[in-house]
Design a protein around this ligand. Structure first.
Ligand code: FES
Length: 565
């Protein structure tokens, strides 16, 4: 793809490796943006600002001249091998190859890791106990008496008289009623929610209705499949939120919608709905059920995520007075939102508290039963948008904090999401440093929990002083510190460093969350020593070590046993 010509309408044929997919890219467009438009999700937490170093692609030949930004994030071997940051390059024409109409030149690009394709390390185990569940959807097996000369009631009347007179029926479902009745000796299963029939099935399927719970995180999507009769959890699936290709935080995504208008909003909506459908399909396949036997879906997420999931305008959320379009919960039909379950399934979103305190933390509060306890509890959802809830008996306080993307790995020099290759745990024992890597392979970078642990252990052994500066001491691991001052860095694992700048980013994120906690405590006139329990929630929060949270001062000092992930 060496630079020969630029011009309106000229395209270059690019083969995407390793799957060998051929696409045409317009010459002169930003490579990251144009790859995204072709549906390729490149990791790009800084949304093309050139500050995260994660949008790497490898040119098989004729790699463009490396920019200063490439040299900042890529080592000389990677530069030589053809790796470049896609956001820092334009599509260039020429470079050999045949001319096909307006197509000039060919290139092959290897994509390192596409967001949404890798399994995340999200902790998505269910803590739900089986038992009395009222999902609001029920299934009823009915054996109706067949009509005769002395019983000429209409089919629908016959059905309604066994259930409720007022039951509404969607027309497509009603149209199937006569054949279901007559082909199955008038026995059928009626699936209903409140006063509406959702579906009719021949014979007895009253045990075969399912529900899905979805948490749309800014970074991670988590889905759970349940039996609606009894509430047993059947499967769990998690994946990256592919909207991350448009920025790690909600503000970048709102900015994308503002710039691109309805098209941008639809693009983000489609990405997240497609990814959720993949997770639902995976769970259904795993347990051998049909997706259209799912009749109830409950969705939580921060307000921006829910707006984007529903394709609702986000433009008033990111500036004063920070007004969302929706705050209460909604009840919708699956076909309206595009989920691959029964088209008649009920989709419910939970209410949010404000434009930045979302239904995800509301779900956490419900789960932890925070309203009904006579204790002092703090619930944290640690992420780019950190949310904090404090309950003092029946009083409740909440706030959100702009922690920034450090915990998602975006503003960290070798930071990454909790994907394969991320260091997620760092320990020091008898002077030996050990790093656990997701997927057990070679480390590619560090995710939020790895960053937290690294700062915590280096602080503990004195290689980070109390101002956050990397400093050499007598400790044997001191030799792993290279450079001086702002250029100092600590070698965590082959080729993966914790830089001085990363520690400063961590301090900013930690400071924001801790400040949120302190403000809430002050507001409620509570001393941290009085807190009975700290609950750390969210897919990311649940992988954090309590000890590291305390050692770094992210949490106020309380007994580690009182911290629950
Ligand atoms: S450096 Fe390219 S997207 Fe962040």
């Amino acid at each position: 793809m060496s630079m020969v010509s630029k011009g309106k309408g000229i395209k270059v044929k690019v083969t995407i490796l390793p799957e060998k997919r051929e696409i045409l890219l317009p010459v002169g467009e930003n490579l990251l943006i144009t790859l995204r438009k072709k549906g390729l999700n490149i990791l790009s937490p800084c949304n093309g600002a050139g500050t995260c170093g994660q949008c790497k692609v490898r040119f098989e030949q004729d790699a463009p001249t490396p920019t200063e930004g490439d040299r900042r994030f890529l080592n000389s071997q990677e530069i030589e091998d053809g790796w470049r940051l896609s956001c820092l390059h334009e599509v260039e024409g020429g470079g050999g190859g045949s001319l096909v109409g307006q197509v000039e030149g060919e290139a092959a690009i290897y994509l390192v890791a596409q967001a949404g394709e890798l399994e995340t390390k999200a902790q998505v185990d269910s803590f739900l106990e089986e038992g009395d569940v009222d999902p609001g959807v029920s299934a009823h097996f009915l054996e109706l008496s067949p009509p005769g000369r002395d019983d000429q009631r209409a089919d629908l009347l016959r059905l309604r008289e066994r259930l409720e007179q007022e039951l509404m029926v969607p027309l497509p479902v009603l149209k199937r009623l006569p054949s279901i009745l007559r082909n199955n000796e008038f026995s059928l299963t009626v699936i209903k929610a409140e006063k509406e029939i959702l579906n009719l099935l021949p014979n007895d399927h009253s045990d075969e209705i399912y529900g899905v719970a979805i948490d749309i995180g800014t970074t991670t999507l988590a889905c759970y499949l349940f039996e609606l009769v009894g509430g047993r959890q059947l499967a769990v699936a998690a994946g990256s939120n592919p909207q991350s290709a448009f920025g790690a935080d909600v503000i970048s995504r709102i900015g994308h919608v503002r710039e691109q208008g309805e098209e941008g909003s639809e693009e983000l909506r489609r990405l997240v709905v497609d990814a959720l459908n993949e997770l639902i399909t995976r769970m259904a396949r795993e347990v051998g059920i049909k997706r259209d036997a799912v009749y109830k879906v409950t969705v939580v997420g921060n307000p921006t995520m829910l707006h984007l999931f529903l394709g609702i305008d986000t433009s008033a959320i990111d500036h004063s007075p920070y007004v969302p379009v929706i705050q209460n919960g909604l009840t919708l039909r699956a076909e309206e939102v595009g989920l691959a379950v029964s088209p008649f399934a009920r989709v419910e979103t939970l209410p949010a508290i404000s434009a930045y305190v979302g239904s995800d933390i509301v779900a956490g509060m419900l789960y932890a039963d925070m309203r009904t306890k006579d204790t002092i509890e703090l619930l944290l959802d640690i992420g780019t948008n950190g949310e904090v809830v404090l309950t003092v008996g029946s009083r409740m306080f909440s706030c959100s904090t702009a922690a920034g993307p450090a915990f998602e790995g975006a503003s960290i020099s070798q930071g990454m999401s909790a994907l394969n290759g991320a260091i997620h745990r760092v320990t020091v024992e008898d002077g030996e440093l050990s790093c656990s890597v997701i997927g057990g392979k070679e480390a590619r970078g560090s995710c939020g929990s790895g960053l937290l642990d690294a700062v915590a252990v280096l602080r503990e052994i004195g290689l980070i002083d109390n101002s956050g500066r990397l400093c050499r001491t007598e400790y044997p691991l001191s030799s792993q510190i290279e450079g001086e001052g702002t250029k100092a860095r600590f070698l965590l694992s082959d080729g993966v460093y914790l830089n001085q700048k990363d520690i400063r980013e961590f301090q900013l994120a930690k400071g924001a969350i801790r400040a949120g906690i302190e403000v809430m405590l002050e507001h409620a006139s509570i001393d941290s020593a009085d807190i009975d329990r700290i609950l750390v929630g969210g897919a990311f929060g649940s992988s954090l070590s309590s000890l590291s949270l305390l050692r770094t001062g992210l949490l106020p000092s309380i007994d580690a046993e009182r911290i629950i992930s």
